[in-house]
Each structure stands twice: as structure tokens, then as C-alpha cells.
Design a protein around this ligand. Structure first.
Ligand code: CP
Ligand code: NVA
Length: 300
């Protein structure tokens, strides 16, 4: 079994720092570790950024990406997850998957002899977190001791952002409605990972006060569409708008993994305004994917 990247915490703080450094290296310096090799990219859910950026990252490393829709391989429907892993490891140097149940990427990684990369599960979105950290570092400099705020649903994106921000020694603040927040064990886990502090509140303006980066994500994740109306009601008051951003640090940036729903989790004037880093963040998905794959393939 080789090294996989299912969660940010599959890497140590030092390794995350190395991955962020690899992401800044010129492509030519990475030595085409995938020359003549394939990478399987399996998607059970739609994607713009993750598919495009990971395909291009594979090409930049000299390899060939093979995009496959989830239903084509049919995890545990057409054949077992383990059989899929054992076949694909014969064609590919890595297997990446976007899945509903996190357990699927865990089983792929347990069965495959090549690295497995989580391209989003119900639990986490670690490639997104690497791009988020890279963007914050580029815009804010050294992140140690800086404050990252996340407003909205404590979901896959929030969890992975919390993990990487903790490993980088940041202060973490979550502004989430009750029932959509992190439990005490989860907050304690993030503190143990190395966060300078971890706080959670149901008052988003308090979470954002003095923060250097303000993140949010959709209130309705893929697979939750049936609950759209109820969720939109539950998140009323959690829209990141100009008055909320005014409570943040004067130089604070706004971040969102995208896709965004203007008028719900964020207003158009914030996401399309001068503090928004969302397109740099989106473009960094490619540099992050390239760095993670290179790291898993042995680049140091
Ligand atoms: N941020 C992100 O993962 O976007 P996609 O769903 O478009 O890949
Ligand atoms: N939380 C969102 C992220 C989309 C990139 C989802 O899971 O749909």
C-alpha cells in the first residue's frame, strides 16, 4: 500500500509546508514523475474545478488522466470497490476519486498498491484545503498566528480547511448555526492538530471579527438538494455581506471554494469585490493538485 491523500491529516505539518512549497516550484523543476503513466479520475458527482485542475496537473507531470464517471465503474454495484482498485492499479500510477461516502476512498486506498487521492467526499475536501492554504499564504504571507474564519455549514470543506489551518498554526473561528456546527470533540481535535486557538459561535460577526481570511461555502452541498429550502432557512443571517466583512481585519480577504450562490452564502458585492480571492483560489487548485500528486509520487 502506498501513501494516499484522503484527508489533510494524512500529512504532517512539515509535509504540508513541503507540499505548499512544491506548489510554487516551476513545473519543469518537478521532473515529469508521471511520464508515460496514467492517473484514474473517478467522479460520482459533478465538477468543474476539480476535474479540470487535476487533469491539467496530471498532464503537467507528464502523465495521462483518464476521466471516468462513477456509474461507469459502479462502486459495489457493477463490481466491488476492491476489484476496481486492483484492476486500476495495473493501469495507473494513482487513483483519484470524488465520492459520496468517504468509506469508498478508504477502501480504494486499502486495496490499491498506488496512491489514492480524495477529490471530495462527504467528510472532506483535502485538495481544496491545499489550494486554500496556498492562496492565504500568497495573499497574507506567513500564516502562523493569523486568524481564519469560516462562516456557514461545518461541512467537508470546513473540516479540511480547519485541519490545514490548524497544522499551519492559525487561529480558527467558526460561525455556524446550531445543528450545522462542529461538536466539542471535533473542536478539540483541531486544537490538538496545532491550531493557535479554536473558537465556535452562532454569531457569524463574532467569528469574523479581526479575521485575516473569511471563508464560506454553499449551504446546500451536492447530494443535499432535497433539503434546499430547509437549509436555506436554517442559514438565514449567515450570509457573508459587506457589513460582516467590515468586522474583519482591514486587509482581510474573502474566500469560497466555488461554486457560489450569490445572495445566499455570500452577496455579489463581496464575492465580486476587491477583497475577493476566489479566482486565485480556484486557479490554485491546479497548483495544489500538481504538488500533492508530485509529493505522493516521491518528489521532495
Ligand atoms: N471547489 C470545487 O471542488 O469545485 P468543483 O465541484 O467544481 O470541482
Ligand atoms: N460542500 C460542497 C463543496 C463543493 C465543491 C459540496 O460538497 O457540494
Amino acid at each position: 500500500m502506498s501513501r494516499s491523500f484522503l484527508d489533510v491529516t494524512d500529512c504532517t505539518a512539515g509535509e504540508i509546508a513541503l507540499v505548499l512549497e512544491i506548489a510554487e516550484r516551476p513545473i519543469e523543476a518537478l521532473g515529469r514523475p508521471l511520464a508515460g503513466e496514467g492517473v484514474a479520475l473517478i467522479f460520482e458527482k459533478p465538477s468543474n474545478r476539480t476535474r479540470q485542475s487535476t487533469e491539467m496537473a496530471v498532464v503537467q507531470l507528464g502523465g495521462h488522466p483518464v476521466y471516468t464517471r462513477g456509474e461507469e465503474v459502479g462502486f459495489d454495484v457493477r463490481e466491488s470497490v476492491e476489484d476496481i482498485a486492483r484492476i486500476m492499479e495495473g493501469y495507473h500510477s494513482a487513483i483519484a476519486a470524488r465520492v459520496f461516502a468517504h468509506e469508498i476512498v478508504e477502501r480504494l486506498a486499502a486495496a490499491a498498491s498506488v496512491p489514492v487521492v480524495n477529490m471530495l467526499s462527504d467528510r472532506s475536501h483535502p485538495l481544496q484545503a491545499v489550494a486554500d492554504a496556498l492562496t492565504m499564504q500568497q495573499r497574507l504571507g506567513d500564516l502562523t498566528g493569523k486568524t481564519v474564519a469560516y462562516v456557514g455549514d461545518y461541512n467537508n470543506v470546513a473540516r479540511s480547511l480547519g485541519e490545514i489551518s490548524a497544522l499551519l498554526g492559525m487561529h480558527l473561528r467558526f460561525g455556524c448555526p446550531a445543528g450545522f456546527d462542529a461538536d466539542d470533540a471535533e473542536l478539540a481535535r483541531l486544537l490538538l492538530l496545532g491550531a493557535a486557538s479554536v473558537e465556535q459561535t452562532t454569531r457569524p460577526a463574532d467569528a469574523v471579527a479581526g479575521a485575516h481570511a473569511v471563508h464560506t461555502d454553499t449551504w446546500v452541498s451536492m447530494g443535499q438538494e432535497d433539503d434546499k429550502q430547509a437549509r436555506r432557512q436554517a442559514f438565514e443571517g449567515f450570509t457573508v455581506d459587506e457589513p460582516m466583512m467590515a468586522a474583519a481585519d482591514a486587509a482581510a480577504i474573502f474566500m469560497h471554494c466555488l461554486p457560489a450562490y450569490r445572495g445566499f452564502e455570500v452577496t455579489a458585492d463581496v464575492i465580486d469585490g476587491p477583497r475577493s480571492a476566489v479566482f486565485q483560489q480556484g486557479h490554485n487548485r491546479m497548483h495544489a493538485a500538481r504538488a500533492v500528486l508530485a509529493f505522493l509520487l516521491g518528489v521532495r
